[in-house]
Design a binder for this molecule. Structure first.
Ligand code: OOG
Ligand code: NI
Length: 491
């Protein structure tokens, strides 16, 4: 499966024509699922409810000051969640579940460079219209047992994972129904969402003895989190904030234990990519089964640390050139940063990112960011062609922009950053290695490694290249503008 990039038109996606009948549109299913998941997580982790309240307060305040009312759209919906899976068959079924919700695997994240025995993809909507409706996505990690050094821990984890089933029989039936009839009616949708959420809920009685848990935890805390439980519990949800610095301050003021620095690019006039922070994972009471696995024996009290609440601020998607520059500046800032204080790292980041242009015109001129093009309504001058030859295209587009015939809007980044993800993992694992992973862990996606190939085999489909989606969205918007301008000229 190494030819990575599937053309968008070949991707299986429920087009609107299939959903004009009595079936619920996948975009609406995804919204219902995300809302129910949010309710479930707030019930399970009350501190997450506090986080939502804080973020809403900051968003309301920012919104009141803002002149651009478009930014308020759907801020009440979470932007992402994350799960960690233990075996390829789990990933396959999860991929089918998310498929019903209109989400496809986009991007490959190798977390091994950060010392984590796992790799990941992100399930998300890919059509521009679906992203506009609800961009909810799930960062989905799969364990790579071959990277676990201790044979004892590896064998134990695999044995425990082989015993568990995280999907209810009713969910499996509904999944087959959804796939065979290519959709779900409202009643079936309710059952599907209810049953799917069971897979991602918290089951505080471990499927492990305290001893087994300790063996896995000693090898890697993430291993205990993945292999010792009966569900693939959601480990965080992430609402979007309009101002991450203000939100982080408000979290601290309320006494939350917060990550020591915001991941991602520093604050800028023109936000790019993704900035994230979180309240740290909570130590939660759990119970272990007895050493004899005898169900009549009393359970043993213990605790586990995995679940947290995160916030994110999203900026523009960058082109491959923009990404290269981002990675280069990030690694420059992070060089030998392990011994620096969080404030010193922030200072380094600010100074390194002085070299990343910070005006939308400059970013466009240097081809660092993706844009959506819009017609302003102003007619095209008589002497300007709407079907430029490739060689003239850039100059003509520039002319149309200068003349105010076209305008641009940066395309929002819809994916993740491996280096930031590794930082989020590390902060929430409570290991001795609370330090940042090496900066070169930000591996470019879709380089077709053998490990990626294995992830794709588990998914039973190719991983979509995020860059391809942004480039297509930009190109489609430009083509639509040129067509409109040319139609306007003919009438
Ligand atoms: C996932 C961490 C990655 C993000 O926002 O970068 C992530 C995890 O902890 O399982 O969600
Ligand atoms: Ni996250």
């Amino acid at each position: 499966m190494s030819s990575k990039v599937l053309p968008v038109q070949d991707l299986p996606q429920g087009g609107p024509e299939k959903h004009t009948n009595h079936f619920v549109h996948p975009d609406d299913l995804r919204t219902a699922f995300a809302l129910d998941m949010s309710r479930m997580y707030r019930d399970e982790v009350p501190l997450y409810g506090d986080l939502i309240r804080i973020v809403q307060g900051v968003n309301d305040q920012k919104f009141a000051q803002s002149i651009n009312s478009n930014t308020m759209d759907r801020l009440d919906l979470e932007r992402h969640g994350a799960i960690r899976l233990g075996k390829p068959t789990e990933l396959r079924t999860v991929s089918r579940i998310f498929g019903v919700l209109g989400m496809r695997p986009v991007g490959y994240y190798d977390l091994s460079a950060a010392g984590l025995p796992m790799h990941a993809t992100c399930f998300r909507p890919i059509a521009v219209s679906s992203l506009a409706k609800n961009p909810f996505r799930v960062f989905t990690t799969l364990l790579r047992p071959e990277l676990i050094r201790s044979k004892e821990a590896r064998d134990l984890a695999e044995r425990m994972l082989s015993r568990r089933t995280i999907f209810s029989p009713e969910l499996m039936r509904m999944l087959t129904t959804a796939e065979s009839q290519d959709g779900l009616d409202p009643q079936q949708a309710g059952v599907f969402i209810r049953e799917a959420l069971k897979t991602f809920s918290w089951a505080p009685t471990a499927a492990a003895t305290a001893e087994e848990y300790q063996i896995l935890k000693a090898q890697h805390p993430i291993l205990a989190d993945i292999a010792c439980f009966r569900t693939a519990h959601i480990n965080h949800l992430t609402p979007r904030t309009l101002d991450i610095t203000l939100s982080q301050e408000a979290m601290r003021r309320e006494g939350m234990a917060v990550k020591d620095r915001i991941e991602g690019p520093p604050a800028r006039k023109c936000p790019i990519l993704l900035r994230q922070t979180s309240f740290l994972a909570l130590e939660e009471a759990i119970k272990f089964i007895s050493n004899t696995r005898d169900e009549s024996m009393p359970l043993i009290q213990g605790s586990h640390k995995a679940r947290f609440g995160e916030i994110e601020e999203r900026g523009a998607a960058v082109t491959p050139a923009g990404r290269r520059l981002y990675d280069e500046l990030l690694s420059r800032a992070m060089e030998n940063a392990a011994e620096l204080s969080p404030e010193e790292v922030d200072e380094r980041m600010n100074s390194a990112f002085g070299s990343f242009p910070d005006s939308w015109d400059e970013l466009r001129a240097q081809g660092l960011v993706y844009y959506e093009y819009e017609c302003t309504g102003k007619p095209i001058p008589d002497d300007t062609t709407t079907t430029p030859r490739d060689a003239d295209r850039a100059a003509i587009i520039q002319q149309l922009l200068s003349e105010g015939v076209l305008r641009t809007k940066p395309i929002t980044y819809e994916d993740f950053l491996p280096f930031s993800a590794a930082g989020i993992f590390q902060s929430n694992l409570g290991t001795e290695s609370d330090k940042q992973p090496p900066a070169d862990s930000g591996l470019p996606v879709l380089q077709g490694s053998p490990a990626q190939d294995r992830l794709e085999r588990a998914l039973d489909m190719c991983i979509i290249d995020p860059d391809h989606l942004y480039a297509s969205a930009q190109e489609a918007s430009l083509e639509a503008c040129l067509r409109r301008l040319s139609a306007g000229r003919r009438t």
